[in-house]
Design a protein around this ligand. Structure first.
Ligand code: H2U
Ligand code: ZN
Length: 347
């Protein structure tokens, strides 16, 4: 008899159309490879050398205001800029390139250098949600912008350059590959079934209750059936919404609550400030795709076995398909059992 928990199988990601290989029997293999540094957990509330703390100066020469809640500014080293000439090349379909306009912003989540979302209060996290919505509304007025990516890199292991709680927004002229794939897959599902892919998925997950980690009136947090990273999660609204500015005040509060729970569960797992990359996928800007687009958050954390052993996406994963050992159901169950109180508050 085929058992998901015992036997190797492939799982389909209906959002991207990609497959992942699950090999549950491999969890027992020994590890003699690289271990990571444990993140420092004793940060000061204010760091005079931090370029994001209130009142400090940044490398671009500007000074941060004495902000009290959140603060956003144009990235001093933006990957995307507005002021470039348009151009493209196509040499017999082999050498193809195009100019790409856009801009990048940095968002400070809090004036406190030592906080993370997992350690913030609900009103504090709500100010981040409000800022994302303001930025979204402002940026989406720009007719040259077609996609807005809000994200957070957390922890040095994820290449985050500074522990001060912050995220980024990159906005560009064209729709990048991953959201474009999700857009096409959601549209295909809607065309075929006259229903929203993620509305149907959320309903199914709630009914099965095998991968749900937490939920409230408005949102679910779950380990997706097709998760690639060991403790990958998604936060999805229960109601159909294509962009974050469609949330009611109560939904914004519920979102803040579930983001905090997600952060606490992550930190409690290995009793460490858990690294991850998080991003919000929403409908492309200036496009009529409200019907099929269901906004959602992806959290991709690299840690596998402990605070120091991470999963490497190498070898087979680089050449063929992503692969995981522990099943999504096992990960969801582990996260679900963890307390909702941050481990540092038990001391
Ligand atoms: P991370 O989210 O990966 O830590 O990046 C922080 C960003 O902050 C990074 O993109 C920007 C960097 O360009 N930055 C400034 O805009 N001003 C500074 O003074 C330093 C860093
Ligand atoms: Zn700081």
């Amino acid at each position: 008899m085929f058992e998901f928990t015992e036997h190797t199988h492939k799982r389909y990601n209906p959002l991207t159309g990609e497959w992942i290989l699950v090999s549950p029997h491999r969890t027992k293999r020994p590890w003699q490879g690289q271990t990571e540094e444990i993140a420092k957990d004793n940060m000061p509330e204010y760091d005079p050398n931090c370029y994001l703390c209130p009142g400090n100066s940044r490398s671009g020469g500007e000074n941060n205001p004495e902000y009290k809640e959140t603060f956003s500014f144009v990235n001093d080293f933006s990957a995307l800029v507005t002021d470039i000439p348009e151009g493209d090349i196509n040499d017999e379909d082999l050498l193809v390139a195009k100019s790409e306009k856009g801009f990048c912003k940095v968002i400070c989540f809090s004036p406190r250098h030592d906080l993370t979302i997992a350690k913030m209060s609900r009103p504090e996290v709500k100010t981040i949600v409000d800022l994302w919505i303001n930025e979204w509304n402002e940026i989406s007025k720009n007719k040259e912008i077609n996609y807005i990516q809000i994200f957070e890199n957390r922890g040095a292991m994820m290449g985050c350059s500074n522990p001060h709680p912050h995220g980024q927004i990159w906005a560009n002229q064209t729709i990048p590959d991953i959201p474009a794939k999700e857009s096409a897959m959601q549209k295909k599902y809607m065309d075929e079934k006259c229903s929203c892919l993620l509305c149907d998925y959320v309903k199914k997950e709630i009914a099965l209750n095998e991968r749900i980690v937490a939920q409230n009136d408005s949102f679910v947090m779950l380990v997706p059936f097709w998760a690639v990273w060991p403790y990958e999660t998604m936060i999805l609204p229960k109601r159909h919404m294509s962009t974050i500015d469609q949330m009611s005040e109560k939904e914004k509060e519920d979102l803040a609550s579930i983001m905090i729970i997600n952060g606490i569960k992550f930190d409690n797992l290995f009793k460490t400030s858990f690294p991850y990359s998080m991003g919000i996928h929403q409908k492309p800007v200036n496009e009529e795709s409200d019907k099929e687009w269901h906004f959602h958050f992806h959290y991709y954390p690299p840690l596998l076995r402990s605070a120091t052993v991470k999963k490497f996406m190498v070898g087979y994963e680089m050449m063929a398909n992503p692969q995981r050992d522990i099943t999504a159901e096992q990960s969801a169950n582990i996260l679900k059992q963890l307390p909702d109180i941050h481990y540092t508050k038990n001391n």
